[in-house]
Ligand binder design. Structure first.
Ligand SMILES: [Zn+2]
Ligand SMILES: [Zn+2]
Length: 170
């Protein structure tokens, strides 16, 4: 699926979309169906172009906000411009390097907020023994606690977490 996502996000023109859809293998079609099912979308496997278009809708949206995706996918952080690999266990909601998030959810994970403001990490606290980052939206003032990710392929940068804890994160 990661490979499929990478190839999806490389589609730039309608011609490319058409060729991509025409060349899909049965496995890749099944992959797209799964990918859409994970987003709560039921799609017709016969209509390949629509499948690809549906899958692209969300890939483009994720790219447009330059940050965390609803699935555990790699992305480039739109704030610090670093490439963030997929986590491996769970979808990220903030960059492991600069700890910035984006106001994209109404309910965690739903990607339904139209705000898309940058969310700065303002405070590190412990909740039930877990490190929690309080994020504050620059655009609308919305605040949310997000668990720090200390496991996975690229855990949250310990130095950045220490700096946040000391009130010195830039
Ligand atoms: Zn970043
Ligand atoms: Zn906001």
């Amino acid at each position: 699926v990661t490979d499929l996502n990478a190839r999806l996000s490389a589609i730039r023109t309608r011609g490319e979309l058409k060729r991509f859809a025409a060349a899909l293998s049965p496995d890749e079609i099944a992959g797209l169906i799964d990918l859409l099912a994970a987003r709560g979308i039921t799609a017709d496997p016969e209509d390949r172009k629509r499948l690809v278009r549906l899958a692209l809708d969300r890939a483009d949206a994720a790219q447009a906000v330059g940050t965390m995706t609803a699935l555990d996918e790699s992305f480039r952080c739109g704030h610090c411009d670093r490439d963030v690999p997929a986590h491996g266990r769970t979808a990220r909601n903030h960059c492991p390097f600069c700890l910035r998030s984006r106001h994209v959810d109404v309910i965690p994970g739903d990607r339904a907020s139209p705000c898309h403001g940058w969310m700065d990490p303002v405070r590190l606290t412990l909740r039930h023994g877990e490190a929690v980052i309080l994020h504050h939206c620059r655009s609308c003032g919305f605040e949310r606690n997000n668990r720090a990710l200390t496991d996975g392929s690229t855990p949250d940068d310990p130095a950045a977490l220490r700096a946040l804890s000391a009130g010195q994160l830039r």
